[in-house]
Design a protein around this ligand. Sequence first.
Ligand SMILES: [Zn+2]
Length: 509
Amino acid sequence: MTVKLDFEECLKDSPRFRADIEEVEMDVNELETRLDKLVKQCHTMLEAGKVFCQNSKNFVAGLRELGHHFSPDNTMAECLDKFSKKLSIILEAQGDAIETIQKNVKSKLHDFVKQDVKRFKDVRKEFERCSETLDNALNRNAQAPRGKQHEVEEASNAMLNARKAFRSGALDYVLEINVIESKKKTDVLSAVLELMGAQAQFFQQGHQSLKELETYRKTLSDEQTQLVLNAAREKRDMEQKHAAIKKKDMSHDDSIMDYCADAATGIVMEGYLYKRASNAFKTWSRRWFSIQKNQLVYQKKFKEQPTIVVEDLRLCTVKLGVDQERRFCFEVVSPSKTCLLQADSEKQQQGWITAVQNSIASAFQDRREDTLSPRDRCSSVSAGSGVGQESESSSCKALEEVQAIPGNGHCCDCGEPGPDWASINLGITLCIVCSGIHRSLGVHFSKVRSLTLDSWEPELIRLMCELGNSAINRIYEARIDEITIKKPHPLSPRFHNCSLKQLIQELSD
Ligand SMILES: [Zn+2]
């Protein structure tokens, strides 16, 4: 509503003029109230906007961190990186919009109330004061008695002055009314235009920013659809497998016990076993055992380096173990130590014993094949010589090399010079008599080979060289003086069903 007041009406001070200014006053009061309210709303909105922007920035930071979490997965990392970058741009634009609104819109409306409306009110007060003064002067002039010339003149002059002042004040007021009437439009309009501009720019930047992602978004969406399909397929397959496994008796452990000689991982057998500590406490602990690379190893945690129980399976034997209290035990015996292990069931116990035995056999097999490869051929063999000659040569070499080891020049058990037999798992040389005794004990205790008649792989010769009679007897016969058995000599009568080493081993258990 716009009230235009002209100066003619003002000078007349007619009831129409009074009605008009009353209308203007009401209008300005209402405008003031509304603008005050709007400025407060704007302030609240902007404060909330700042909080929103800050929270949004935190959210974007969260998206970026999630991206880093996914960083090995390029699709996820790229997606989160792209999106968070665009969101950052939008948030920057939103921050700018808030700044603009705060600076321009709020201040324009605020200034209008605080300056223009205030000046209007001041002018009105002055007008009202003049109006009241004029009223009083008019009344006094009307009441001045006829006969009193002096009083009449005075009242008449006062009235003229008051009218003059009133007219001046009224004209000022009318001018102010017209000013504020037009200014209220231009200022509010200007503020609204600023607001529109700020919003338009913000949405423009936001739109632009997200539009750049449009193609990428479509590609990603297709990719996601494909992922959902694949995941559904995988889930269905998994559920079928799951159901099939559940149908079987879960308590059995056949599948877990599978011995697999040519496993791609190199692990031919693995599973949990209890292991008795070799220290005085003989405590039992559960460990994850595996047979790999011709070794028996165990570990507690995946990351820790496996502990080696048997460094070369060819040097060990496996047999049923006896423990006073525990069932399902078996023993892995190597030249330097005996390891007592316990399985969870008889079946597992058998499974492990068989696996170790098979691994021992295949370890020998592997080495035998190795010796036939040109790489490992004995250097003393000339090219083109036959296999028979070769094994003869390597036997000669074995005899020389093995006998050269300290203590190997005499039979490990009886001391007979020039032994030409050996126990390959104990790593010792034996005379023919003692080798017969060893053979009669069974391969689980001693594996006998001829140094001259059998073929010898370089690897095995190397192992024999690492052990030797002196080293082994330092272990087996360490406490020979403390026990009643006496070490035999070459002329001792042949032992029948036992040997010194077996006796010592059984005594030490
Ligand atoms: Zn002997």
